[in-house]
Structure formats: structure tokens, C-alpha cells
Ligand binder design. Structure first.
Ligand code: SAM
Length: 364
């Protein structure tokens, strides 16, 4: 059904904590804002309706940018869509002569459209090529499981998925790829289930952590978050607002740590010895100490909101601090060169679809 914007209400993403985002972002007439994760445009539409702002919508996924065309036409002159990563937001805005903004919002992770699209390979619920790239660059999840060393796969699953059984899963992955390479999401689900058992009603799917880990690794998500926060800090005018919604503890820890150091509560600031130099002046004032969780009503109507956490700050006039928040990292050494080449051709086969079927079968 077409919406008021004249767009098709196709499979949409329900914006999480929208009321709270608007409250903390507080868009005002004549201001310039950045929606750094445009997605289905849920936040963007609401921001444009809330005030007469100029809004830049960024997304690394070209399909999200293409999907926002109708909204950009409806708000022609007020909404500009930019394809790219939010870590590059300064360069993206500079192309439009913008060097300072009044608000930045970041809604981290993947959209419902990305999860529901089997061909993107993000979901253990749909059978599709094992890809998981949000954008067009980088290596696919298939390349990781088909070529990386067992210890590196285990490290990725442990660090980015907080998967306790990372080692046995990595071992099973390497054993299985000797028989035939991983092509589809269900190939991987099968192996994880061999190690962790079948899904049980009311419990998290056993492949949840493995999929999260690979997605974070493939898209360098945590580094993006850290660099995106730094870029926002540099772009925001004094008085400008930064609002970040995260969906798992790894992301939230980075955001929390960022606001802690920027609001003068970091370790360097609180443990300074008398002979040490003055710590930098806070570059943000914390607008939501401790973070904000979604209401019970929102969680009941949109279970995806369950793990969301919003943090927000108001920029002071102090200079940006520049140092990156601490990041969990994996050190990856590639296997033999021919293994990488084999993986690339496996990925190409996945994309062509001549592996096992990649239809829209749903897994329970
Ligand atoms: C949770 S969705 C955003 C949904 C949006 N707030 C809405 O209401 O429709 C996250 C979006 O951010 C995009 N994204 C994730 N990481 C990104 C990055 N580093 N740079 C730009 N976009 C990113 C994803 O492609 C996805 O479309």
C-alpha cells in the first residue's frame, strides 16, 4: 500500500526508539542534521516531519539509498541521500559544502530488510548465499569460513560473537570445508547445529552468535562505530546533539566508553596524578546518563527493540579529542594463497547461484 510519501509500504523496518531519538536529537527549524544510518528512512521521515531541517541520509548499502529515492523526491531540497560509510561522513558532507552540523543520529547494525532478504546472507532463518556484506566492498562470510585458519575463525567467533564454543565450531567448519566449500547460510547453520544442537523453543537460535561474529568481522562494524563517533564529534557544532542506538553489548561498550571519556569521566581524567598534564576539557555533556532502554510497550510490539540501548550527548565548545575508543580486535593470518583463490571462486559461484539452492526457504 502506498504511504503518505507515495512510497510502497513493502517489507519495512520498524524504527526502534523513534520517540526517544527525536527527543534527544531535538531537531529545530533551520538546522542541519545527519542520519548516518538511513536504512528504510524511518528516522529520516520523522526528523523531516518534526522540523524544517536539511537532512543528509547516509548508508553504506546501495539498496537502502535506492529505496529512499521517493522520500528524497518528496522532501526535495531538504533530504540528500549519500552512499558511503559513516566513518567517512565528513568527506561525504564536504562534497555538499557542509562542515558543521546540529545533529547526528546513528542506528547501528542491520535493517529488517537486510535480514529478510535471503540473497544478502545475513540471516540463519533464510537460505541464501553466505555473503553478509552491507556494502559492495570487502570479503564475504563465505571467504572467511572457506579460507581462514581454524584458530582465526575461532578468534572471530569468540571476539565478535562472544561464542563460548568458538573452538569446536571452528574445528567443525574446517572439517566440513575439506569435503566441500561453504556456499549458503544453511550450510553454516547445519555445522553450528552439529556442534551446539538443534534450536529449542524459547531459546536463542544456536547460530545467532556465529552469524553476528561473521557479520561484524566482514563489515568491520566495530571500527566503523568508533570512527563514526569520532567523525560526529568533529562535525558537531557547539550545542549539537549526538544520538546513538546500539543493539548488542560490543557496540554499546564502544559508545559508552566514548561518552565516558568525552564527558570527563574517563580513567585518564579521574586518575590523574598531580604532575600529569590537565586532561582535555569535555567535548560532550551526557544527555542520557546510564543510557536509555526501550519501553515495555515498544518491546512488546517490536521484539527487535528488546536489546536496544540509546546514548546521547550534547557537544560542548571544547576541541574534539581525537583518540579512538578501545576496540576488541582479532589478528587474522590468511591461510595459503590458493585457499583464498578457491574462496573467491566459491563466492563467485554463490553469487551466480550455482551452489545449493538459495531460495527463500525458512528455517524454524
Ligand atoms: C538499523 S538500520 C537503520 C534503520 C533506520 N534508522 C530506519 O529507521 O529505517 C541500519 C542501517 O545502517 C546501515 N549501516 C550500517 N553500518 C553502516 C556504516 N558504517 N555506514 C553507513 N551505513 C551503515 C545499514 O546498511 C542499515 O541500512
Amino acid at each position: 500500500m502506498p504511504s503518505a510519501d507515495g512510497e510502497q509500504d513493502a517489507p519495512r523496518h520498524v524504527p526502534v526508539m523513534l520517540r526517544e531519538v527525536l527527543e534527544y536529537l531535538a531537531p529545530g527549524d533551520g538546522e542541519v542534521h545527519v542520519d548516518a544510518t538511513f536504512g528504510a528512512g524511518g528516522y529520516a521521515r520523522a526528523i523531516l516531519q518534526a522540523a524544517d531541517v536539511r537532512l543528509f541520509g547516509i548508508d553504506r548499502d546501495p539498496t537502502a539509498i535506492a529505496g529512499g529515492k521517493a522520500l528524497a523526491a518528496r522532501y526535495s531540497g531538504r533530504l540528500v541521500l549519500l552512499h558511503g560509510r559513516f566513518s567517512e561522513m565528513e568527506a561525504l558532507l564536504a562534497q555538499h559544502g557542509v562542515g558543521a552540523v546540529d545533529g547526528v543520529v546513528m542506528d547501528l547494525g542491520v535493517s529488517s530488510m537486510q535480514l529478510d532478504e535471503a540473497e544478502r546472507g545475513f540471516s540463519f532463518m533464510h537460505d541464501g548465499p553466505l555473503d553478509m556484506r552491507m556494502g559492495t566492498e570487502g570479503i564475504s562470510a563465505a571467504e572467511v569460513v572457506n579460507t581462514f585458519r581454524e584458530e582465526d575463525i575461532a578468534d572471530i567467533l569468540k571476539t565478535y560473537g562472544e561464542e563460548r564454543r568458538a573452538r569446536p565450531i571452528a574445528r567443525a567448519i574446517v572439517r566440513r570445508r575439506k569435503e566441500r566449500p561453504f556456499m549458503t547460510t544453511f550450510d553454516l547453520v547445519e555445522v553450528v547445529e552439529q556442534v551446539l544442537g538443534r534450536p529449542r523453543a524459547g531459546k536463542k537460535h544456536p547460530a545467532t552468535r556465529t552469524f553476528q561474529a561473521l557479520r561484524i568481522f566482514v563489515n568491520r562494524e566495530l571500527e566503523e562505530v568508533a570512527r563514526g563517533l569520532l567523525a560526529a564529534e568533529r562535525l558537531l557544532k557547539p550545542g549539537g546533539r549526538l544520538v546513538v542506538v546500539s543493539f548488542h553489548s560490543l557496540e554499546d561498550r564502544i559508545v559508552k566508553q566514548f561518552f565516558k571519556t568525552r564527558t570527563g569521566r574517563g580513567e585518564a581524567q579521574s586518575r590523574r596524578l598531580p604532575h600529569e598534564p590537565e586532561p582535555p576539557a569535555p567535548s560532550f555533556e551526557d544527555l542520557a546518563p546510564g543510557g536509555v532502554a526501550p519501553s515495555d510497550e515498544e518491546v512488546a510490539s517490536n521484539p527487535r527493540a528488546r536489546s536496544a540501548r540509546l546514548r546521547a550527548g550534547r557537544r560542548t565548545s571544547a576541541p574534539a579529542m581525537m583518540q579512538l575508543p578501545a576496540l576488541p580486535r582479532v589478528r587474522v593470518g590468511m591461510g595459503a594463497g590458493d585457499a583464498a583463490a578457491a574462496a573467491r571462486s566459491a563466492t563467485a559461484r554463490c553469487r551466480r547461484g550455482d551452489g545449493r539452492s538459495s531460495g527463500r526457504r525458512r528455517r524454524r
